[in-house]
Ligand binder design. Structure first.
Ligand code: GLV
Ligand code: MN
Ligand code: MN
Length: 444
């Protein structure tokens, strides 16, 4: 049992197969939350989970849970693994899918090896992590952890005018379980780094100890449409120009930030959007992130003041709508140490690190100890079809996940193999310490 490793080829084959679902005629992979393409990915995950004999449940916000309940104590709080299988537009194949499929692989490996966990293990595929179609991002895990009411989330209108609840029903994933129906004992998410740190430092594993705060806003500028040829520059109320000034302000401020603020304007639309008409309206989104809550709040404040200044200078009206706001999160120190020690035991170089991206783990951290394992992203590229992690790194990360799961789901972790646990909540009797799941005999 101590030499147990996952089946790398099996994991990679599933990752590639999932990466083909939702690919358009143009070859681009886009599985936006609750879309027909998302249904294809969900159906595939459910089919694989059922083929392993797992009990598949879906909650009201469409989160899918694949439960392995053959545990010494099937009623104990489960160890939860997972991530998401929705994607951005023109995505890579690893973001989110790697964590979900590695969860399946870990369970399959443990089952084949005859390992009996002391508590159930559940693999979660959370709804709408990306937030591209419906804001906020990490929506399924946010609802699951009680941060947003399910009914409010289901009523959210998407960037394409669709309503999440209707779309989930249409694709057959408006489930019956109440979000939060399983309270995890702990949550571990394996993910690609999506940034340059591990590759730059030549490291195999990141033990994620914290995650930066995220602020999303939609800014709308109302100017005056007028003739591009006849309107003197001094007489314009140009919503497009005002938007450009704000975008430049954000970029310059973030570039000079000592705390590492990052700022992105990823969507913009002008109206009427004609070559010879001064824009009457500009609508764009702002994604601001910083690992420090005070710095993030200061950036939001600076933006709010600049919006007022530009409105006055340009004679335009500017409004801001909040789409998402998440404070930085610190993960569970013991779990981070478990990840570092598991990497070390496999001879894999590792470091503790911060996540630049948002993840479902930051939401589940509200209801259970949580942490993440990162593997390198070549060139730090993600949210791009060029997203790539070498196979050896993918397999190494999944093996670290396997080892952490073995430790957290062993009778010892449930309190059973510690000296004289009088009434372990998880493992019924000392006899099970002799099982393959228990690596060290009880001390008493
Ligand atoms: C999720 O992918 C994010 O935007 O960080
Ligand atoms: Mn992700
Ligand atoms: Mn992503």
């Amino acid at each position: 049992m101590s030499n147990l490793s996952i089946d790398g080829e099996r994991l990679l084959a599933r990752l590639r197969a999932l990466g083909e679902l939702g690919r358009g005629a143009d070859g681009k992979l886009t599985r936006l939350a609750a879309s027909a393409a998302d249904k294809l990915g969900r159906d595939q995950f459910v089919q694989w989970a059922k083929a392993l004999g797992l009990d598949v449940r879906v909650d009201r916000i469409g989160n899918i849970f694949a439960l392995w309940t053959e545990a010494t104590d099937p009623k104990a709080a489960p160890l939860m693994l997972g991530s998401h299988i929705d994607t951005v537009i023109d995505a890579g194949i690893y973001d989110g899918c790697y964590g979900v499929l590695a969860g399946l692989e870990v369970v399959e490996t443990l089952r084949e090896a005859g390992f009996t966990p002391c508590r159930p293990i559940v693999i979660a595929a959370f709804t709408n992590e990306e937030g591209v179609r419906y804001a906020p991002d990490m929506m399924g895990s946010l609802v699951y952890s009680g941060g947003l009411a399910a009914d409010a989330a289901l009523a959210v209108k998407g960037a394409d005018g669709s309503v999440l609840g209707e779309e989930l029903a249409r694709i057959g994933y408006a489930g019956a379980e109440e979000p939060g129906f399983l309270k995890p004992d702990a949550y571990i998410e394996l993910h690609i780094e999506q940034g340059p740190v591990l590759e730059r430092e030549g490291l195999a594993i990141g033990a994620v100890e914290n995650l930066q705060g995220i602020s999303w806003q939609r800014i709308t500028i109302e100017g005056v449409a007028n003739h591009a040829g006849t309107t003197p520059m001094a007489l314009r109320h140009d919503a497009g120009h005002a938007a450009a000034r704000i975008i430049a302000f954000l970029h310059e401020r973030a570039s000079a930030s000592p705390s590492g603020t990052v700022a992105t304007v990823g969507t913009i639309a002008f109206e009427p959007n004609a070559i010879n008409v001064i824009p009457a309206r500009a609508t764009f989104t702002v994604d601001l992130r910083d690992p420090n809550e005070e710095c993030l709040a200061a950036e939001e404040q600076a933006l709010a003041e600049y919006l007022k200044q530009i409105a006055q200078e340009q004679g335009v009206a500017i409004s801001a709508e909040r789409l998402a706001r998440f404070a930085p999160v610190t993960f569970d120190a013991k779990l981070v140490a478990e990840i570092e020690s598991a990497a070390d035991a496999r001879g894999l170089s590792a470091r503790a690190m911060t996540s630049g991206a948002g993840h479902d783990a930051q939401m589940i951290a509200r209801i259970a100890p949580a942490a993440m394992i990162f593997v390198p992203s070549i060139g730090g590229i993600s949210h791009n079809p060029k997203e790539f992690t070498p196979e050896t790194d993918l397999v190494a990360g999944a093996n670290v996940l396997l080892d952490v799961v073995k430790r957290l789901a062993s009778p010892r972790a449930c309190g059973h193999c510690r000296p004289a646990p009088p009434s372990s909540p998880c493992c019924a009797s000392a006899a099970s310490c002799a099982s393959a799941a228990c690596e060290t005999p009880p001390a008493a």
